[in-house]
Design a protein around this ligand. Structure first.
Ligand SMILES: Nc1ncnc2c1ncn2[C@@H]1O[C@H](COP(=O)(O)OP(=O)(O)O)[C@@H](O)[C@H]1O
Ligand SMILES: [Mg+2]
Length: 374
């Protein structure tokens, strides 16, 4: 199809589909996979959502993105997206192209709301959110700003520091200045943590105890991002708290992750069945619970998040609580921490999905009222 003719033809793709309020069931575009190192995790989360979504109210439309960035319309969420030529035409943005190849789809591929269950860069970082926003499609989760800020550990930590939310000491390494070992050691002590600024699932994260490990860790983290965070090691328990809402925010009971590995690494998270246990709710005092919930909500607000977010903490022996990070699209399988914490707080998995979809539509309706022209 020629680009200049696409308007004239009766095509209706996902990204020019209008918001359709008259359909009996809302068509929910579950977007999964993607180009990030967290591709596999996304497939698992999406499969769980597809299985649990309330089919009386919603019809899931499965939209897979392979690791190359090609989009496919699927019958369901596959275990892996095989790089075959698409059987059904739905290639919206071909990877690497200034080409917007709008394939001609049947009109039944319109969606009313999107649930981008993508983790990490190219999905959780505002890029997908920008695309959906431009296309006028309501979507679950944080918008462009909240997603981008939540993904970038450097910007995130600066904003938290500005809001007087306690965090660990950190330094930033990027091409213009990579702190040498001595500098990092003097500022942060040993051991220290090294992580790519924009990543998740502990990909590229390591603990360095000496100069050699430091060099390897920095080199390893730079494989994933042009910006790397060096952080003081925090000895403490790892607690997590789920936040839900747009303006009226609720915080779940906190949970605890107890890794059996040296830290909560990718291996402990996903490869080793016994890599960690989740304690839900966490065995902490009512006062600590309250402090965590209040910090979780403040963190969520400070970082301009919407819909959902899981805020992760360190609890030191001294009782001091530090925020480690927020995840704006946390792991979302039915046995993941985010939904489990809600379940323990009285919101079952399937109801949680419905609430998130409602929140997405509410925000969309509200933003629609804003003037865009003078
Ligand atoms: N400063 C730190 N002190 C102690 N452990 C840390 C520190 N930073 C990260 N970790 C460990 O590494 C894991 C992953 O780091 P995190 O900052 O959460 O990155 P990601 O976004 O990849 O999950 C944490 O869950 C924790 O186990
Ligand atoms: Mg983490």
């Amino acid at each position: 199809m020629r680009f200049d003719s696409w308007r004239a033809e009766p095509v209706d793709t996902l990204f020019i589909a209008p918001y359709n309020a008259c359909m009996e069931k809302l068509r929910v575009g579950i977007i999964f996979g993607g180009k990030s190192a967290e591709h596999e995790v996304s497939l698992r989360s999406a499969r769980s959502v597809s299985e649990a979504i309330d089919r009386e109210m919603y019809e899931p439309i499965h939209i897979g993105i392979d690791t190359q960035g090609n989009w496919f319309l699927r019958e369901d969420v596959p275990r892996e997206i095989i790089r075959e030529a698409p059987r059904r035409t739905l290639v919206i943005l071909q990877n690497g192209g200034g080409l917007l190849r709008v394939a001609s789809c049947q009109t039944d591929s319109a969606i009313d709301v999107a649930f981008p269950i993508l983790h990490g860069p190219f999905g959780e970082d505002g890029t997908m959110q920008g695309l959906l926003k431009l296309a006028d499609i309501p979507f679950v989760g944080a918008g462009v700003l909240g997603s981008a800020v939540g993904m970038d550990k450097d910007v995130m930590k600066r904003l938290l520091r500005d809001a007087n939310i306690p965090i660990a000491k950190f330094l930033v390494a990027q091409e213009r200045h990579i702190p040498i070992y001595q500098e990092a050691k003097d500022a942060l002590g040993l051991p220290l943590f090294v992580k790519p600024a924009n990543m998740g699932s502990s990909v590229g994260v390591s603990k360095a105890r000496n100069e050699k490990e430091f060099q390897n860790a920095v080199e390893g983290a730079f494989l994933y991002d042009t910006k790397v965070i060096l952080e003081e090691f925090i000895q403490g328990r790892e607690l997590e708290c789920s936040v839900l809402g747009n303006n009226n925010l609720s915080a779940s009971v906190p949970g605890e992750v107890v890794p059996t590995h040296e830290f909560y690494s990718y291996k402990a998270k996903y490869l080793d069945e016994n890599g960690a246990t989740l304690e839900i709710p966490a065995n902490i005092s009512p006062q600590t619970t309250q402090e965590i919930q209040s910090l979780a909500i403040r963190t969520f607000q400070t970082l301009s998040c919407e819909g959902l977010g899981r805020v992760d903490f360190f609890l030191k022996d001294t009782g001091e609580i530090l925020v480690n990070e927020i995840n704006t699209m946390p792991g979302f399988t039915s046995i993941s921490m985010y939904p489990k914490l809600w379940e323990a707080s009285g919101v079952p998995y399937s109801e949680l999905i419905s609430r998130l979809i409602r929140l997405a539509r509410e925000r969309f309706e509200k933003e629609k009222l804003l003037k865009t022209l003078r």
